[in-house]
Write a protein that binds this ligand. Structure first.
Ligand SMILES: [Zn+2]
Length: 453
């Protein structure tokens, strides 16, 4: 019944375009899809702290949105969809708004800023509720110590264990040489400790000194440990420009030889002379996946990288066409590559604007349905990083929830002025706490550590 109704509903909207954003804005004049019958175990009234009602719920799974309510108790979602009258302390009417999981940004360099108890408003205002730090090989030396010394934090934070940090601890002053077998086994031991302490995997930044001294064989030895812990290998390739194809080949080889899960970080082909290579890279990505390598990639939504910042005039080393090819690719989802200095300053606008820019750009240009874009910011990264209790709106998940009118969402941060807050994500709940209310940060520090499960 429900499916038939929804199909009719979609057919009605199909002449306009089957995108979430269209369905939402045109739904006013059309019948809404009929909701599933209430779950029989939910027939009795629900006790909850907060009800969000009349929402256009996009649950993060990639499925079509639907009109319904959400019930939250403590830091958990307890009911989604249609359920009987409930006892609640607080109510929020989300009529006309999209309600979806808070975004999960798996590629950041914000771990020190968050650890310092920094103001999270630039992150929350983008709808981001969880970040994974420690990317590109640079991480705290000790995952255990990082989490043990964490005070009140403004967003959820998880870590990767960085190759540079591990290499430094083991090789000290000789860190620019080739690692001996003994040093490699010491690095393996240290990496195992980090993974035991909850790090999601190993990150590398092979383009950077001294990480560029890592041999493929050494990385394979380390990835065997990552595989043992069911973690992932997040790789900033040895080259993102002239030697891109060979560099990507190395990542695929490491995936093939160790069966480790590979995350190809901030995928791109830098500089005009290399743009033509990018479709090949995406073909190689698809081929690697079909040959059995467990691989995905992430991208941010800007045509200039951190390296381009400071060039005059601003260099756009990434092509718009290639970004579009990346974002519609089924194996690519989103990550910001953002960093924050003390005081919350950023040099690249992605730290303040990446996610609203995606919503505005993708839905404005009708590149993909809003449901799919949201999946690539919530359910997909959660699934790849095995964050079991976030990234979807369903009972027993943590209540990381955002609400917004899609047409009002916009990024304001630019190359000239990167520290302008995004607008339009007007409500954010983090672990059940209302942290952005009517567009204003409430000052609550409601973040939690996120450990590899
Ligand atoms: Zn990087």
């Amino acid at each position: 019944m429900k499916n038939i109704t929804r199909r009719h509903f979609l057919l009605g909207a199909a002449s306009l375009a089957i995108t979430g954003i269209y369905i939402l804005s045109d739904a006013k004049n059309l019948a809404y899809p009929i909701l599933e019958k209430p779950d029989s175990q939910l027939l009795k009234p629900i006790d909850c702290d907060l009800i969000i009602e009349n929402a256009y719920i996009i649950d993060g799974s990639g499925n079509s949105g639907f009109i319904g309510s959400l019930a939250i108790k403590g830091d958990e979602i307890v009911a989604v969809g249609s359920f009987p009258k409930s006892r609640f302390a607080e109510k929020f009417d989300a009529k006309g708004m999209v309600v979806c999981p808070g975004f999960i940004d798996i590629h950041t360099h914000t771990e020190n800023y968050i650890h310092s108890g920094g103001n999270p408003v630039m992150i929350l205002a983008q709808g981001v509720t969880t970040q994974i730090g420690g990317n590109c090989g640079t991480s705290p030396f000790s995952t255990k110590e990082y989490f043990a010394s964490l005070g009140d934090i403004g967003v959820n934070i998880g870590l990767l264990s960085g190759y540079k940090s591990i290499r430094y601890l083991v090789m000290g002053g000789q860190r620019s040489g080739i690692a001996s077998p003994r040093q490699v086994s010491q690095m393996q031991k240290k990496l195992a400790e980090e993974l035991s302490a909850g790090a999601f995997g190993l990150s590398v930044g092979l383009e950077y000194y001294p990480q560029n001294f890592a041999t493929t064989d050494e990385l394979i030895e380390l990835c065997k440990v990552v595989k043992d812990y069911n973690g992932l290998y997040a790789t900033h390739l040895r080259s993102e420009s002239d030697d891109l194809l060979e560099a990507f080949e190395e990542a695929v080889t490491i995936g093939q030889k160790t069966s480790v899960q590979v995350q190809y970080s901030h995928t791109k082909a830098s500089f005009v002379r290399n743009w033509e290579k990018y479709p090949r890279v995406l073909d190689m990505l698809s081929q690697a996946k079909s040959s059995g390598v467990d691989i995905t990639a992430d991208t941010y939504y800007y045509t200039f990288s951190g390296w381009d910042i400071g060039t005059q005039p601003l260099r756009h080393s990434i092509s718009e066409e290639n970004i579009e090819l990346a974002i519609i690719h089924d194996l690519v989802f989103f990550g910001s590559d953002s960093g924050l200095k003390s005081g919350g300053r950023a040099t690249h606008p992605r730290a303040y604007g990446n996610y609203p820019r995606i919503i505005k750009g993708i839905t404005g240009q009708k590149i993909m349905p809003l449901e799919k874009a949201i999946y690539k910011m919530t359910g997909y990264p959660a699934q790849r990083f095995k964050i079991a209790n976030r990234g979807l709106l369903k009972p027993k998940m943590k209540a990381d929830i955002i609400a917004f009118y899609p047409e009002k969402v916009k990024d304001l941060a630019t190359f000239e002025n990167p520290n302008l807050l995004s607008e339009g994500i007007s409500e954010v709940w983090l672990n059940g706490k209302w942290v952005i209310k009517n567009g204003q940060y409430t000052g609550l520090m409601a973040g939690e550590p996120v450990l590899r499960s």
